[in-house]
Each structure stands twice: as structure tokens, then as C-alpha cells.
Design a protein around this ligand. Structure first.
Ligand SMILES: [Zn+2]
Ligand SMILES: [Zn+2]
Ligand SMILES: [Zn+2]
Length: 409
């Protein structure tokens, strides 16, 4: 039985040794402190203590205005050797990795960065924006840029657009190390918009804010319309195209008027067609002219006459188209015994003259021979017949002449 007890004691000892010894050995002060002495740097990541055998990872960050960090790492009094005991990568953010085998005592990490004078210039030198409607770049004047940096900002007008427009900004900074911290693209809708551009100087502390108040001009810019007329000028259309955005068009109702100047026998006439259209308070007109050709004279069929001669007139304007002397012939009036001259062409009659036989009673058998020369002498009858024939011939000629005239316009 004693033998059995000894075995159990031995087993417990072994178990104690196996389970307790490691715990005891790590708990017995085998943790080292880690101290950071930083100048111009900030610790991003790194423990305050480290267990023996563990590697140590630390991340340090350069503070604004500091450059060129110098590292010294000590374990106890011993200075560690870069490359052997630890590695460093990075610049603004420095990553240090210390091998676990090198950590045999408390660790002191000393990092000293050089102080640097950083620019506090947050000024915009050039500022322009791209007007997508006008498709051109517009630069702000130096005075406008200066105004934009005041609290009230600068007011700018964009070329018009009915819909929102995107504006792209282009900036140059006085100090190229300064930074623009706002998205330089803005979308302006409903006619108004504000864009704020914030510039942070190199020192990271100084900032300057530029405020741009945009107003989008909503007025169309109409040029002259394009007129399209019907072939017979009975209708016309006027189409306007906006000069700042050709997708904007307008075709208001057109009012047509016509004014006629009649053609005369000798002058051309015309019809003037005037189309009128109004848009945004302005009136535009266009004209087309149709020529009415002169008609020429319309010769009448009646002879007109006076003591000097006879003529044919234009039935439209009354102009004398012909002018000729009368062709007189003697006409004897048997009843009165007088004779008168009558034009064989137009029938114009001169005042009657007394014949030598005036007042003598006419011969009974000669009565009814109207127009015969009343001489009272029957022996003259042959002369009278000859006169009659001559008169008849002339009359026929006259009729023919007049008919011909009628168709010779
Ligand atoms: Zn427009
Ligand atoms: Zn006429
Ligand atoms: Zn006549």
C-alpha cells in the first residue's frame, strides 16, 4: 500500500510540474515596460508593455510641421541595432518592428523629428469654371477671386439653362503644397447654387474659404427667326433658336397681312405680304413681294372728237391712243337747202353753211332724196349721185378701220 501512495505523490508532482511550472515561470516578472519619448511624432499604435519572447510592433506618425525622424531604441542600457534588432519602414507614418529575441529588458523608444516651418498660404491664385451650356471656360478676375474669399462671397452669373448644369472648377493655388478639400464639381439647379471651395494651407491649420454664388440666367437669347413661307405666301412660320442653347426653340403664331398696289396700264403693281411674330416682348417681321404686271392700254371702240381732230381713248385710263385730223366731206341738206362738212371717220359735223339755193322750195319728185345737194337744177343730178357713191365708199372704209382697231391692242 505504501508503494501505491508514493506513486500517486509522484504523479501529482509530475502533473504539478507540467501544469504549474510554465505559469509560474511567465508570471515571475518576465514582462517588460515600453516607454515612448516622442518629439514631433505621435504614437498611433504600440503597447505600454511587452512579454518576453514576443516581438514588438509600433506605429508612429509625424506631426504636421515635422520631418526626418531620428530613432533610438534601447533595451535596458543597450542600444538596439537597426537591421539586426529591428526594422523600420515608412516615412510620415513609421512602422517599427522589434524582434522578440532582442527584448530582454524594458524598452525605450526615442523618436525625434525635425521641426519645419510650413507654409500657411491658402490663397487661390487662379480660379475658372467651365460653363457646360456655353461650352467655354470662364476665369474669375483677381478682384472676383478676392471677393470670393470674403464671408459674403462672390456673385456670378452663368449662361442660361432651363435645366441644372454641371460646373467644373479649375484652381491654381499660390502654394502648391496647400490643398483644396472640397470637390471642385458642382451641380446647379433651379437657377441658383452655391459652391464653397476650402483651401487648407501646408501647415494644416490655416484654411481659407471661397464662396461662389451662382445664378443661372433663365432668359433665352433669341436671334432672328428663320422664316418659311408657303409658295403662294398664304402662310408663314417663324422658328426661333436660342443662341445659348440650340435645343431651345420657339415657333409662335404668325400674323399675316397683305397690301395690294394695283397695276395700271403703264405701271407694275405689287402685293406686299407681311408676316409678324412676337416673342418675349419683341416683334419681328418678314416681307414677300409679288409683282402685278402692268396691263397695257385697253383701246375703246368709240371715236372721240373735237374741232381739231378725232381719237380713240383707253377705256381704263382715258389716254388718247390715236390722234388724227378729220376727213371732211360735204353733206347737202335737201330740206333746209344748207350743206355742212362731216368727218367720214368719226362723224364730227361742222356748223352748217347756207347754200346759194337756200329758201327755194324743193322739187316734188326730188323730195326724200335726203342728203342730196339741193341745187334746184336737175342737170346736176349726176354730180349728186357721184357724191353719194363717194360718201358710201368712205363710210365702208371707216367701218372696216374701226373693227380692225378694236382688236389691235
Ligand atoms: Zn434657351
Ligand atoms: Zn390705259
Ligand atoms: Zn373725225
Amino acid at each position: 500500500m505504501m508503494k501505491m501512495k508514493r506513486w500517486i505523490s509522484l504523479l501529482l508532482c509530475v502533473l504539478l510540474c507540467v501544469f504549474l511550472f510554465p505559469t509560474v515561470s511567465f508570471a515571475a516578472g518576465e514582462t517588460y515596460s515600453v516607454t515612448y519619448n516622442l518629439t514631433g511624432m505621435t504614437k498611433v499604435q504600440g503597447p505600454a508593455s511587452i512579454e518576453k519572447g514576443h516581438s514588438l510592433d509600433v506605429e508612429l506618425e509625424l506631426e504636421k510641421g515635422y520631418l526626418n525622424p531620428q530613432l533610438t531604441i534601447k533595451v535596458g542600457d543597450r542600444e538596439l541595432v537597426k537591421g539586426n534588432d529591428y526594422t523600420v519602414i515608412g516615412y510620415d507614418n513609421v512602422f517599427i518592428s522589434i524582434a522578440g529575441s532582442s527584448i530582454t529588458d524594458d524598452v525605450t523608444i526615442t523618436a525625434v523629428a525635425e521641426g519645419q516651418q510650413l507654409s500657411d498660404n491658402a490663397t487661390i491664385k487662379d480660379l475658372s469654371y467651365y460653363d457646360a451650356v456655353k461650352m467655354k471656360s470662364i476665369s474669375l478676375t483677381p478682384a472676383e477671386i478676392e471677393q470670393a474669399a470674403t464671408p459674403e462671397g462672390v456673385a456670378l452669373t452663368l449662361s442660361h439653362g432651363n435645366d441644372g448644369i454641371i460646373i467644373n472648377f479649375f484652381t491654381t493655388l499660390d502654394d502648391p503644397k496647400a490643398q483644396i478639400t472640397r470637390d471642385p464639381i458642382t451641380y446647379i439647379k433651379n437657377g441658383k447654387g452655391t459652391q464653397i471651395i476650402e483651401v487648407t494651407a501646408e501647415d494644416g491649420v490655416t484654411t481659407k474659404t471661397y464662396t461662389l454664388h451662382f445664378t443661372v440666367d433663365s432668359q433665352h437669347v433669341w436671334g432672328e427667326p428663320t422664316w418659311v413661307w408657303a409658295d403662294d405666301y398664304s402662310s408663314a412660320t417663324a422658328t426661333f433658336t436660342c443662341q445659348t442653347d440650340s435645343s431651345h426653340t420657339a415657333a409662335p403664331d404668325v400674323t399675316l397681312t397683305r397690301e395690294t398696289v394695283k397695276a395700271t396700264c403703264t405701271e407694275d403693281g405689287k402685293i406686299v405680304y407681311t408676316a409678324t411674330v412676337s416673342l418675349d416682348g419683341k416683334t419681328y417681321t418678314d416681307e414677300r413681294v409679288e409683282t402685278l404686271l402692268k396691263t397695257g392700254h385697253e383701246a375703246g371702240t368709240e371715236w372721240h372728237s373735237d374741232a381739231a381732230g378725232h381719237w380713240i381713248e383707253c377705256t381704263v385710263c382715258g389716254k388718247r391712243l390715236t390722234q388724227a385730223d378729220h376727213t371732211f366731206d360735204w353733206i347737202m341738206d335737201k330740206e333746209t337747202g344748207s350743206k355742212h362738212e362731216k368727218c367720214t371717220v368719226c362723224g364730227y359735223v361742222k356748223a352748217a353753211e347756207e347754200s346759194p339755193a337756200a329758201g327755194t322750195p324743193a322739187g316734188g319728185n326730188q323730195a326724200g332724196d335726203a342728203g342730196a345737194p339741193e341745187t334746184g337744177d336737175d342737170s346736176n343730178i349726176a354730180l349728186w349721185v357721184a357724191a353719194m357713191l363717194a360718201a358710201g365708199t368712205t363710210l365702208t372704209g371707216t367701218v372696216l378701220y374701226r373693227r380692225k382697231k378694236k382688236y389691235s391692242r
